[in-house]
Design a protein. Structure first.
Lengths: 263, 316
Protein backbone atom coordinates (compact mmCIF):
# COMPACT_ATOMS: atom_id res chain seq x y z
CA UNK A 1 0.00 0.00 0.00
CA UNK A 2 2.82 2.42 0.86
CA UNK A 3 5.84 1.48 -1.16
CA UNK A 4 9.25 3.13 -0.93
CA UNK A 5 11.52 1.78 -3.66
CA UNK A 6 15.27 2.48 -3.96
CA UNK A 7 14.91 5.94 -2.47
CA UNK A 8 18.09 8.00 -1.97
CA UNK A 9 18.54 11.54 -0.77
CA UNK A 10 21.78 13.48 -0.34
CA UNK A 11 21.90 16.92 1.23
CA UNK A 12 24.48 19.47 0.04
CA UNK A 13 25.86 17.11 -2.63
CA UNK A 14 29.46 17.60 -3.76
CA UNK A 15 30.35 19.89 -0.88
CA UNK A 16 32.28 19.31 2.32
CA UNK A 17 28.94 19.21 4.14
CA UNK A 18 27.60 16.43 1.95
CA UNK A 19 25.28 14.20 3.94
CA UNK A 20 23.72 11.03 2.59
CA UNK A 21 20.43 11.00 4.51
CA UNK A 22 18.86 8.09 2.65
CA UNK A 23 20.81 5.43 0.77
CA UNK A 24 18.80 3.13 -1.48
CA UNK A 25 16.01 2.61 1.03
CA UNK A 26 13.35 -0.01 0.29
CA UNK A 27 10.31 -0.33 2.49
CA UNK A 28 6.86 -1.73 1.85
CA UNK A 29 3.98 -1.22 4.25
CA UNK A 30 0.88 -3.37 4.04
CA UNK A 31 -2.58 -2.04 4.78
CA UNK A 32 -2.88 -1.54 8.55
CA UNK A 33 0.85 -1.97 9.26
CA UNK A 34 2.07 0.02 12.24
CA UNK A 35 5.83 0.37 11.89
CA UNK A 36 8.06 1.98 14.51
CA UNK A 37 11.34 3.50 13.33
CA UNK A 38 14.36 3.88 15.58
CA UNK A 39 17.91 4.99 14.95
CA UNK A 40 20.56 7.38 16.19
CA UNK A 41 20.63 11.08 15.34
CA UNK A 42 21.18 11.67 11.65
CA UNK A 43 20.18 8.12 10.75
CA UNK A 44 17.66 9.43 8.21
CA UNK A 45 14.44 8.73 10.13
CA UNK A 46 12.99 12.19 9.73
CA UNK A 47 14.15 12.39 6.12
CA UNK A 48 12.30 9.13 5.48
CA UNK A 49 9.10 10.59 6.93
CA UNK A 50 9.56 13.87 5.09
CA UNK A 51 10.06 11.98 1.84
CA UNK A 52 6.77 10.16 2.32
CA UNK A 53 5.03 13.42 3.26
CA UNK A 54 6.46 15.21 0.23
CA UNK A 55 8.22 17.91 2.22
CA UNK A 56 11.51 16.58 0.89
CA UNK A 57 11.79 15.20 -2.63
CA UNK A 58 14.12 12.26 -3.09
CA UNK A 59 17.01 12.36 -5.57
CA UNK A 60 16.26 8.91 -6.95
CA UNK A 61 13.68 6.20 -6.33
CA UNK A 62 9.91 6.08 -6.16
CA UNK A 63 7.36 6.61 -3.40
CA UNK A 64 3.99 5.13 -4.26
CA UNK A 65 0.68 4.99 -2.46
CA UNK A 66 -1.87 2.32 -3.39
CA UNK A 67 0.17 1.60 -6.49
CA UNK A 68 0.19 5.23 -7.67
CA UNK A 69 3.52 7.02 -7.98
CA UNK A 70 3.23 10.12 -5.77
CA UNK A 71 6.89 11.14 -6.03
CA UNK A 72 6.12 14.31 -7.93
CA UNK A 73 3.20 15.48 -5.82
CA UNK A 74 3.79 18.44 -3.55
CA UNK A 75 3.38 18.22 0.19
CA UNK A 76 -0.12 19.67 0.28
CA UNK A 77 -1.24 17.41 -2.55
CA UNK A 78 -0.03 14.29 -0.78
CA UNK A 79 -1.52 15.51 2.46
CA UNK A 80 -4.95 14.64 1.05
CA UNK A 81 -3.99 11.05 1.90
CA UNK A 82 -1.22 11.49 4.45
CA UNK A 83 -1.80 12.65 8.03
CA UNK A 84 1.05 13.94 10.16
CA UNK A 85 1.87 14.71 13.77
CA UNK A 86 5.07 16.66 14.37
CA UNK A 87 7.51 16.53 17.27
CA UNK A 88 6.80 20.15 18.22
CA UNK A 89 3.40 20.25 19.97
CA UNK A 90 2.94 23.79 18.59
CA UNK A 91 3.37 22.64 14.98
CA UNK A 92 0.21 20.63 14.39
CA UNK A 93 -2.45 23.18 15.32
CA UNK A 94 -3.25 26.81 14.52
CA UNK A 95 -2.89 28.74 17.82
CA UNK A 96 -5.12 31.71 16.98
CA UNK A 97 -8.01 29.55 15.83
CA UNK A 98 -10.43 27.88 18.23
CA UNK A 99 -10.51 24.14 18.88
CA UNK A 100 -13.62 23.72 16.73
CA UNK A 101 -12.13 25.76 13.89
CA UNK A 102 -8.98 23.64 13.98
CA UNK A 103 -11.04 20.46 13.85
CA UNK A 104 -13.08 21.86 11.01
CA UNK A 105 -9.86 22.40 9.03
CA UNK A 106 -8.88 18.79 9.72
CA UNK A 107 -12.35 17.60 8.74
CA UNK A 108 -12.02 19.09 5.22
CA UNK A 109 -8.77 17.26 4.42
CA UNK A 110 -8.73 16.24 0.78
CA UNK A 111 -12.04 17.95 -0.03
CA UNK A 112 -12.55 21.34 -1.66
CA UNK A 113 -12.71 24.30 0.72
CA UNK A 114 -15.44 26.57 -0.54
CA UNK A 115 -17.72 29.15 0.96
CA UNK A 116 -19.90 27.00 3.18
CA UNK A 117 -19.78 27.66 6.87
CA UNK A 118 -16.70 26.16 8.55
CA UNK A 119 -18.30 25.20 11.85
CA UNK A 120 -21.95 24.18 11.92
CA UNK A 121 -24.10 22.83 14.71
CA UNK A 122 -23.94 19.25 13.45
CA UNK A 123 -20.16 19.43 12.98
CA UNK A 124 -19.78 20.89 16.45
CA UNK A 125 -21.61 17.89 17.92
CA UNK A 126 -19.34 15.51 16.00
CA UNK A 127 -16.24 17.39 17.18
CA UNK A 128 -17.37 17.29 20.81
CA UNK A 129 -18.00 13.57 20.49
CA UNK A 130 -14.51 12.98 19.08
CA UNK A 131 -12.86 15.18 21.72
CA UNK A 132 -14.42 13.08 24.48
CA UNK A 133 -12.09 10.23 23.53
CA UNK A 134 -9.14 12.37 24.59
CA UNK A 135 -10.50 12.54 28.15
CA UNK A 136 -9.04 16.02 28.56
CA UNK A 137 -12.34 17.85 28.91
CA UNK A 138 -11.72 19.71 25.66
CA UNK A 139 -15.26 18.92 24.47
CA UNK A 140 -16.47 21.67 26.80
CA UNK A 141 -13.99 24.22 25.44
CA UNK A 142 -14.75 24.16 21.73
CA UNK A 143 -14.46 27.93 21.39
CA UNK A 144 -11.15 28.20 23.26
CA UNK A 145 -8.18 29.32 21.19
CA UNK A 146 -5.77 26.43 20.77
CA UNK A 147 -2.83 28.66 21.73
CA UNK A 148 -4.16 28.67 25.29
CA UNK A 149 -3.85 24.89 25.68
CA UNK A 150 -0.86 23.11 27.22
CA UNK A 151 1.68 21.25 25.09
CA UNK A 152 0.20 17.88 25.99
CA UNK A 153 -3.33 19.01 25.20
CA UNK A 154 -2.20 20.47 21.90
CA UNK A 155 -0.38 17.29 20.92
CA UNK A 156 -3.40 15.15 21.78
CA UNK A 157 -5.51 17.50 19.66
CA UNK A 158 -2.93 17.33 16.84
CA UNK A 159 -3.21 13.55 16.89
CA UNK A 160 -7.00 13.70 16.80
CA UNK A 161 -6.88 16.18 13.92
CA UNK A 162 -4.29 14.22 11.93
CA UNK A 163 -6.41 11.08 12.13
CA UNK A 164 -9.83 12.73 12.00
CA UNK A 165 -10.52 12.30 8.30
CA UNK A 166 -9.02 8.78 8.10
CA UNK A 167 -5.85 9.39 6.08
CA UNK A 168 -4.43 6.45 4.10
CA UNK A 169 -1.08 6.87 5.87
CA UNK A 170 -0.28 8.34 9.28
CA UNK A 171 3.20 9.73 9.95
CA UNK A 172 4.30 10.33 13.53
CA UNK A 173 7.61 12.13 13.96
CA UNK A 174 8.71 11.61 17.58
CA UNK A 175 5.39 13.08 18.53
CA UNK A 176 5.76 12.26 22.23
CA UNK A 177 9.42 13.36 22.59
CA UNK A 178 8.70 16.93 23.70
CA UNK A 179 6.13 15.96 26.35
CA UNK A 180 6.55 15.15 30.04
CA UNK A 181 6.38 11.39 30.80
CA UNK A 182 2.75 11.49 31.93
CA UNK A 183 1.54 13.35 28.83
CA UNK A 184 3.76 11.22 26.59
CA UNK A 185 2.07 8.14 28.09
CA UNK A 186 -1.36 9.62 27.38
CA UNK A 187 -0.51 10.50 23.78
CA UNK A 188 1.02 7.05 23.22
CA UNK A 189 -2.14 5.42 24.55
CA UNK A 190 -4.32 7.61 22.33
CA UNK A 191 -2.10 6.78 19.36
CA UNK A 192 -2.48 3.05 19.88
CA UNK A 193 -6.22 3.21 20.24
CA UNK A 194 -6.84 5.47 17.26
CA UNK A 195 -4.53 3.47 14.97
CA UNK A 196 -6.25 0.27 16.09
CA UNK A 197 -9.79 1.65 15.78
CA UNK A 198 -9.27 3.04 12.31
CA UNK A 199 -6.75 0.43 11.12
CA UNK A 200 -4.42 3.19 9.94
CA UNK A 201 -1.22 2.38 8.10
CA UNK A 202 1.32 4.11 10.31
CA UNK A 203 5.00 5.02 10.32
CA UNK A 204 6.19 6.21 13.74
CA UNK A 205 9.65 7.57 14.50
CA UNK A 206 10.66 7.35 18.14
CA UNK A 207 13.69 7.68 20.37
CA UNK A 208 12.09 5.63 23.09
CA UNK A 209 13.02 1.96 22.68
CA UNK A 210 10.42 0.69 25.12
CA UNK A 211 7.79 2.52 23.11
CA UNK A 212 9.22 1.21 19.85
CA UNK A 213 8.83 -2.34 21.11
CA UNK A 214 5.47 -1.96 22.82
CA UNK A 215 3.71 -0.18 19.99
CA UNK A 216 3.05 -1.42 16.48
CA UNK A 217 3.49 -4.71 14.65
CA UNK A 218 6.87 -4.13 13.03
CA UNK A 219 10.09 -2.34 13.87
CA UNK A 220 12.87 -1.00 11.68
CA UNK A 221 16.21 0.40 12.74
CA UNK A 222 18.04 2.92 10.59
CA UNK A 223 21.68 3.88 10.51
CA UNK A 224 23.45 6.29 8.19
CA UNK A 225 20.60 6.37 5.73
CA UNK A 226 20.03 2.63 5.54
CA UNK A 227 17.52 0.26 7.10
CA UNK A 228 19.76 -2.15 8.98
CA UNK A 229 17.18 -4.10 10.93
CA UNK A 230 13.61 -5.06 10.07
CA UNK A 231 11.73 -7.03 12.70
CA UNK A 232 8.24 -8.51 12.30
CA UNK A 233 5.54 -8.79 14.93
CA UNK A 234 6.48 -12.17 16.41
CA UNK A 235 10.18 -11.52 16.76
CA UNK A 236 9.48 -8.01 18.03
CA UNK A 237 7.23 -9.34 20.79
CA UNK A 238 10.16 -11.31 22.20
CA UNK A 239 12.72 -8.53 21.98
CA UNK A 240 13.76 -6.41 24.94
CA UNK A 241 15.21 -2.91 24.98
CA UNK A 242 18.54 -4.61 25.84
CA UNK A 243 18.46 -6.50 22.55
CA UNK A 244 17.96 -3.22 20.69
CA UNK A 245 20.75 -1.59 22.66
CA UNK A 246 22.99 -4.49 21.71
CA UNK A 247 22.17 -3.82 18.06
CA UNK A 248 23.08 -0.18 18.60
CA UNK A 249 26.27 -1.34 20.32
CA UNK A 250 27.36 -3.22 17.24
CA UNK A 251 26.91 -0.03 15.24
CA UNK A 252 28.81 2.12 17.67
CA UNK A 253 31.65 -0.39 17.28
CA UNK A 254 31.53 0.16 13.55
CA UNK A 255 31.80 3.89 14.09
CA UNK A 256 34.87 3.40 16.26
CA UNK A 257 36.39 1.18 13.58
CA UNK A 258 35.90 3.90 11.03
CA UNK A 259 37.61 6.40 13.23
CA UNK A 260 40.54 4.08 13.89
CA UNK A 261 40.86 3.50 10.19
CA UNK A 262 40.94 7.21 9.54
CA UNK A 263 43.64 7.74 12.08
CA UNK B 1 -15.55 67.18 10.90
CA UNK B 2 -18.25 65.52 8.80
CA UNK B 3 -15.73 65.13 5.98
CA UNK B 4 -13.26 63.50 8.35
CA UNK B 5 -15.90 60.96 9.40
CA UNK B 6 -16.87 60.33 5.80
CA UNK B 7 -13.29 59.85 4.65
CA UNK B 8 -12.52 57.69 7.67
CA UNK B 9 -15.38 55.35 6.79
CA UNK B 10 -14.30 55.15 3.14
CA UNK B 11 -10.69 54.48 4.12
CA UNK B 12 -12.06 51.82 6.50
CA UNK B 13 -12.73 49.61 3.46
CA UNK B 14 -9.04 49.92 2.58
CA UNK B 15 -8.10 49.21 6.20
CA UNK B 16 -10.17 46.00 6.11
CA UNK B 17 -8.09 44.97 3.11
CA UNK B 18 -4.85 45.75 4.93
CA UNK B 19 -6.15 43.82 7.95
CA UNK B 20 -6.62 40.77 5.73
CA UNK B 21 -2.98 40.68 4.60
CA UNK B 22 -1.23 42.24 7.57
CA UNK B 23 -3.07 40.53 10.43
CA UNK B 24 -4.65 37.43 8.90
CA UNK B 25 -1.87 36.46 6.49
CA UNK B 26 0.96 38.05 8.48
CA UNK B 27 2.11 39.70 5.27
CA UNK B 28 2.81 43.46 5.18
CA UNK B 29 1.69 44.11 1.61
CA UNK B 30 3.03 47.29 -0.01
CA UNK B 31 1.03 46.69 -3.19
CA UNK B 32 -1.75 48.82 -1.70
CA UNK B 33 0.06 52.08 -2.49
CA UNK B 34 -0.32 51.19 -6.16
CA UNK B 35 -3.60 49.29 -6.18
CA UNK B 36 -5.40 52.14 -4.37
CA UNK B 37 -4.51 54.51 -7.22
CA UNK B 38 -5.30 51.80 -9.78
CA UNK B 39 -8.78 51.48 -8.35
CA UNK B 40 -9.23 55.26 -8.37
CA UNK B 41 -7.86 55.59 -11.91
CA UNK B 42 -10.00 52.76 -13.27
CA UNK B 43 -13.20 54.09 -11.74
CA UNK B 44 -12.46 57.69 -12.76
CA UNK B 45 -11.71 56.87 -16.37
CA UNK B 46 -14.79 54.64 -16.64
CA UNK B 47 -17.02 57.30 -15.09
CA UNK B 48 -15.79 60.00 -17.46
CA UNK B 49 -16.65 57.52 -20.23
CA UNK B 50 -20.26 57.40 -19.04
CA UNK B 51 -20.07 54.01 -17.32
CA UNK B 52 -22.41 53.54 -14.37
CA UNK B 53 -20.44 54.65 -11.27
CA UNK B 54 -21.36 51.51 -9.32
CA UNK B 55 -20.10 49.35 -12.18
CA UNK B 56 -16.97 51.52 -12.34
CA UNK B 57 -16.39 50.96 -8.61
CA UNK B 58 -16.84 47.22 -9.07
CA UNK B 59 -14.27 47.35 -11.88
CA UNK B 60 -11.87 48.97 -9.40
CA UNK B 61 -12.22 45.84 -7.27
CA UNK B 62 -11.26 43.65 -10.21
CA UNK B 63 -8.23 45.78 -11.13
CA UNK B 64 -7.10 45.94 -7.50
CA UNK B 65 -7.34 42.18 -7.12
CA UNK B 66 -5.35 41.67 -10.31
CA UNK B 67 -2.58 43.77 -8.75
CA UNK B 68 -2.80 41.60 -5.63
CA UNK B 69 -2.55 38.49 -7.78
CA UNK B 70 0.68 39.72 -9.33
CA UNK B 71 2.23 40.30 -5.91
CA UNK B 72 0.97 36.89 -4.82
CA UNK B 73 2.46 35.14 -7.83
CA UNK B 74 5.79 36.94 -7.44
CA UNK B 75 5.92 35.94 -3.78
CA UNK B 76 4.69 32.34 -3.96
CA UNK B 77 5.72 31.09 -7.38
CA UNK B 78 8.70 33.40 -7.81
CA UNK B 79 9.96 32.96 -4.24
CA UNK B 80 10.47 36.72 -3.92
CA UNK B 81 10.43 38.17 -0.42
CA UNK B 82 6.96 39.47 0.40
CA UNK B 83 7.97 43.06 1.03
CA UNK B 84 9.96 43.21 -2.20
CA UNK B 85 7.17 41.54 -4.20
CA UNK B 86 4.81 44.27 -2.99
CA UNK B 87 7.28 47.03 -3.81
CA UNK B 88 7.86 45.64 -7.30
CA UNK B 89 4.15 45.57 -8.08
CA UNK B 90 3.68 49.00 -6.55
CA UNK B 91 6.43 50.56 -8.69
CA UNK B 92 5.18 48.82 -11.81
CA UNK B 93 1.65 50.02 -11.13
CA UNK B 94 2.82 53.65 -11.13
CA UNK B 95 3.38 53.47 -14.88
CA UNK B 96 0.25 51.42 -15.43
CA UNK B 97 -1.81 53.98 -13.51
CA UNK B 98 -0.47 56.78 -15.70
CA UNK B 99 -1.49 54.70 -18.71
CA UNK B 100 -4.98 54.05 -17.33
CA UNK B 101 -5.57 57.74 -16.68
CA UNK B 102 -3.63 58.85 -19.76
CA UNK B 103 -2.06 61.54 -17.58
CA UNK B 104 -1.41 62.36 -13.97
CA UNK B 105 -5.01 63.02 -13.00
CA UNK B 106 -8.62 62.70 -14.09
CA UNK B 107 -11.15 65.28 -12.86
CA UNK B 108 -14.67 64.06 -12.10
CA UNK B 109 -16.33 67.47 -11.91
CA UNK B 110 -19.93 67.43 -13.05
CA UNK B 111 -19.96 63.64 -13.39
CA UNK B 112 -22.48 61.35 -11.71
CA UNK B 113 -20.56 59.44 -9.05
CA UNK B 114 -21.62 57.12 -6.25
CA UNK B 115 -20.94 60.00 -3.84
CA UNK B 116 -22.91 62.59 -5.85
CA UNK B 117 -25.79 60.11 -6.07
CA UNK B 118 -25.65 59.63 -2.32
CA UNK B 119 -25.53 63.40 -1.79
CA UNK B 120 -28.74 63.62 -3.82
CA UNK B 121 -30.47 61.79 -0.98
CA UNK B 122 -28.49 62.81 2.07
CA UNK B 123 -26.65 66.05 1.40
CA UNK B 124 -23.60 66.59 3.59
CA UNK B 125 -24.27 65.77 7.22
CA UNK B 126 -24.79 62.99 9.69
CA UNK B 127 -27.11 61.18 7.27
CA UNK B 128 -24.30 60.84 4.73
CA UNK B 129 -21.99 59.66 7.52
CA UNK B 130 -24.62 57.09 8.49
CA UNK B 131 -24.90 55.85 4.91
CA UNK B 132 -21.13 55.45 4.59
CA UNK B 133 -21.01 53.76 8.02
CA UNK B 134 -23.62 51.29 6.79
CA UNK B 135 -21.53 50.61 3.68
CA UNK B 136 -18.38 50.02 5.77
CA UNK B 137 -20.41 47.75 8.04
CA UNK B 138 -21.63 45.70 5.08
CA UNK B 139 -18.01 45.13 4.00
CA UNK B 140 -17.15 44.17 7.57
CA UNK B 141 -20.01 41.66 7.73
CA UNK B 142 -19.00 40.13 4.40
CA UNK B 143 -15.46 39.74 5.69
CA UNK B 144 -16.66 38.26 8.99
CA UNK B 145 -18.74 35.79 7.04
CA UNK B 146 -15.91 34.89 4.66
CA UNK B 147 -13.42 34.30 7.46
CA UNK B 148 -15.81 31.75 9.00
CA UNK B 149 -16.17 29.73 5.79
CA UNK B 150 -14.04 26.69 4.98
CA UNK B 151 -11.94 28.79 2.64
CA UNK B 152 -11.67 31.65 5.11
CA UNK B 153 -10.55 29.27 7.85
CA UNK B 154 -7.87 27.90 5.53
CA UNK B 155 -6.75 31.48 4.87
CA UNK B 156 -6.52 32.24 8.59
CA UNK B 157 -4.61 29.02 9.24
CA UNK B 158 -2.21 29.90 6.41
CA UNK B 159 -1.24 33.06 8.25
CA UNK B 160 -1.24 31.32 11.62
CA UNK B 161 0.64 28.08 11.03
CA UNK B 162 1.72 27.34 7.49
CA UNK B 163 3.31 23.99 8.30
CA UNK B 164 0.12 22.77 9.95
CA UNK B 165 -2.28 23.80 7.23
CA UNK B 166 -0.23 22.34 4.41
CA UNK B 167 -0.26 19.04 6.32
CA UNK B 168 -4.05 19.23 5.95
CA UNK B 169 -3.85 19.42 2.17
CA UNK B 170 -4.22 23.17 1.74
CA UNK B 171 -2.09 24.93 -0.86
CA UNK B 172 -0.71 27.85 1.13
CA UNK B 173 0.42 29.46 -2.13
CA UNK B 174 -3.14 29.49 -3.37
CA UNK B 175 -4.52 30.84 -0.10
CA UNK B 176 -1.95 33.65 -0.03
CA UNK B 177 -2.86 34.65 -3.58
CA UNK B 178 -6.57 34.60 -2.70
CA UNK B 179 -5.89 36.75 0.37
CA UNK B 180 -3.81 39.26 -1.57
CA UNK B 181 -6.44 39.47 -4.29
CA UNK B 182 -9.30 40.09 -1.88
CA UNK B 183 -7.24 42.60 0.08
CA UNK B 184 -6.17 44.64 -2.94
CA UNK B 185 -9.66 44.40 -4.39
CA UNK B 186 -10.99 46.13 -1.28
CA UNK B 187 -8.19 48.68 -1.49
CA UNK B 188 -9.14 49.31 -5.14
CA UNK B 189 -12.77 49.94 -4.13
CA UNK B 190 -11.64 52.38 -1.44
CA UNK B 191 -9.49 54.19 -4.00
CA UNK B 192 -12.43 54.41 -6.39
CA UNK B 193 -14.74 55.85 -3.73
CA UNK B 194 -12.10 58.29 -2.43
CA UNK B 195 -11.61 59.59 -5.98
CA UNK B 196 -15.35 60.08 -6.34
CA UNK B 197 -15.48 61.78 -2.94
CA UNK B 198 -12.71 64.29 -3.70
CA UNK B 199 -13.81 64.77 -7.30
CA UNK B 200 -10.66 63.57 -9.05
CA UNK B 201 -8.19 60.70 -9.34
CA UNK B 202 -4.54 61.57 -8.99
CA UNK B 203 -1.35 59.60 -9.57
CA UNK B 204 -0.03 60.50 -6.11
CA UNK B 205 -3.12 59.64 -4.07
CA UNK B 206 -1.85 56.22 -3.00
CA UNK B 207 1.59 57.29 -1.78
CA UNK B 208 2.11 56.26 1.83
CA UNK B 209 -1.28 54.58 1.96
CA UNK B 210 0.16 51.44 3.52
CA UNK B 211 0.99 53.52 6.60
CA UNK B 212 -2.58 54.77 6.81
CA UNK B 213 -3.74 51.16 6.63
CA UNK B 214 -1.24 49.91 9.20
CA UNK B 215 -1.96 52.82 11.53
CA UNK B 216 -5.70 52.13 11.29
CA UNK B 217 -5.25 48.43 12.02
CA UNK B 218 -2.72 48.85 14.83
CA UNK B 219 -4.40 51.81 16.53
CA UNK B 220 -7.86 50.32 16.09
CA UNK B 221 -6.92 46.95 17.52
CA UNK B 222 -4.93 48.48 20.37
CA UNK B 223 -7.92 50.59 21.44
CA UNK B 224 -10.85 48.35 20.58
CA UNK B 225 -9.30 44.88 20.89
CA UNK B 226 -9.03 41.90 18.57
CA UNK B 227 -10.19 38.90 20.55
CA UNK B 228 -12.34 37.55 17.76
CA UNK B 229 -12.58 38.24 14.04
CA UNK B 230 -15.86 40.08 14.56
CA UNK B 231 -14.30 42.37 17.14
CA UNK B 232 -11.09 42.81 15.13
CA UNK B 233 -12.83 43.92 11.93
CA UNK B 234 -14.95 46.41 13.88
CA UNK B 235 -11.78 47.71 15.55
CA UNK B 236 -10.19 48.18 12.12
CA UNK B 237 -13.11 50.32 10.91
CA UNK B 238 -13.10 52.41 14.07
CA UNK B 239 -9.30 52.68 13.82
CA UNK B 240 -9.59 54.14 10.33
CA UNK B 241 -12.08 56.72 11.59
CA UNK B 242 -9.96 57.57 14.63
CA UNK B 243 -6.92 58.00 12.39
CA UNK B 244 -8.78 60.36 10.06
CA UNK B 245 -10.11 62.38 13.01
CA UNK B 246 -6.60 62.64 14.44
CA UNK B 247 -5.34 63.96 11.09
CA UNK B 248 -8.21 66.46 10.99
CA UNK B 249 -7.41 67.57 14.53
CA UNK B 250 -3.74 68.01 13.66
CA UNK B 251 -4.69 70.16 10.67
CA UNK B 252 -7.10 72.19 12.78
CA UNK B 253 -4.40 73.11 15.29
CA UNK B 254 -2.40 74.46 12.38
CA UNK B 255 -0.11 71.67 11.22
CA UNK B 256 1.14 71.97 7.66
CA UNK B 257 -0.67 69.47 5.39
CA UNK B 258 2.70 68.74 3.79
CA UNK B 259 3.85 67.25 7.10
CA UNK B 260 1.05 64.68 7.15
CA UNK B 261 3.13 61.82 5.72
CA UNK B 262 5.77 62.43 8.36
CA UNK B 263 3.07 62.43 11.03
CA UNK B 264 1.72 59.10 9.76
CA UNK B 265 5.19 57.59 9.78
CA UNK B 266 5.89 58.87 13.30
CA UNK B 267 2.55 57.51 14.50
CA UNK B 268 3.31 54.01 13.17
CA UNK B 269 6.85 54.12 14.56
CA UNK B 270 5.44 55.09 17.95
CA UNK B 271 2.96 52.22 17.80
CA UNK B 272 5.80 49.81 17.06
CA UNK B 273 8.23 51.19 19.65
CA UNK B 274 5.88 51.76 22.58
CA UNK B 275 5.29 48.07 23.36
CA UNK B 276 9.07 47.50 23.54
CA UNK B 277 9.52 50.18 26.17
CA UNK B 278 9.70 48.67 29.67
CA UNK B 279 7.56 51.35 31.30
CA UNK B 280 4.79 50.56 28.86
CA UNK B 281 4.75 46.87 29.70
CA UNK B 282 4.50 47.79 33.38
CA UNK B 283 1.51 49.95 32.54
CA UNK B 284 -0.17 47.12 30.69
CA UNK B 285 0.74 44.52 33.32
CA UNK B 286 -2.57 45.18 34.97
CA UNK B 287 -4.23 43.47 32.06
CA UNK B 288 -3.79 39.79 31.39
CA UNK B 289 -1.36 38.68 28.70
CA UNK B 290 0.57 40.75 26.16
CA UNK B 291 -0.71 44.27 25.61
CA UNK B 292 -3.06 44.68 22.66
CA UNK B 293 -0.68 47.20 21.12
CA UNK B 294 2.25 44.77 21.24
CA UNK B 295 -0.04 42.14 19.83
CA UNK B 296 -1.27 44.38 17.04
CA UNK B 297 2.25 45.46 16.10
CA UNK B 298 3.86 42.01 16.33
CA UNK B 299 3.96 41.12 12.62
CA UNK B 300 6.06 44.23 11.92
CA UNK B 301 8.74 43.88 14.57
CA UNK B 302 11.70 41.54 14.27
CA UNK B 303 11.56 38.30 16.22
CA UNK B 304 13.80 39.60 19.00
CA UNK B 305 11.42 42.44 19.77
CA UNK B 306 8.55 40.18 20.67
CA UNK B 307 10.59 37.34 22.13
CA UNK B 308 9.01 38.03 25.47
CA UNK B 309 5.61 37.72 23.86
CA UNK B 310 6.25 34.37 22.23
CA UNK B 311 7.76 32.93 25.37
CA UNK B 312 4.71 34.11 27.25
CA UNK B 313 2.59 32.28 24.72
CA UNK B 314 4.56 29.08 25.14
CA UNK B 315 4.20 29.30 28.86
CA UNK B 316 0.45 29.62 28.57
Amino acid sequence: MLNIASVSKTFFPNTVNERRALVDVNLELKEGDFVTVIGSNGAGKSTLLNTVAGRIHQDTGVVSLDGTDVSRLKEHQRAAQVGRVFQDPMAGTAPNLSIEENLSLADRRGRPRGLSRGVTKSKRDRFAEALKQLELGLEGRLKTKVGLLSGGQRQALSLLMATYSDPRVLLLDEHTAALDPQRAELVTRLTRSVVEDKGLTTLMVTHNMVQALEVGNRLIMMHEGRIILDVGAEQKAQMTPQDLLAEFGKLKGAVVDDKTLLQ
Amino acid sequence: MITAFELGLIYAIMALGVYLTFRILNFPDLTVDGSFTSGAATAAILITNEVDPFLATAAAFVVGSLAGMITGLLHTKGNINGLLAGILTMIGLYSINLRIMDGANVPLLGQDTVISMMRGFTGVGWTSVAVLAAVALIFKLIMDWYLQTDNGLALRATGDNEQMISSFAVSTDRQKIIGLMLSNGLVGIAGAVVAQHQGFADIGMGIGLILVGLASVIVGQAIFGSRSVIQATLAVILGAVVYRLAIQLALNVGLNPNDMKLMSAVLVVAALLLPQWKGFSKLSLRRKGPSPLADAAAPLTTSDAHLSKTSAEKGA
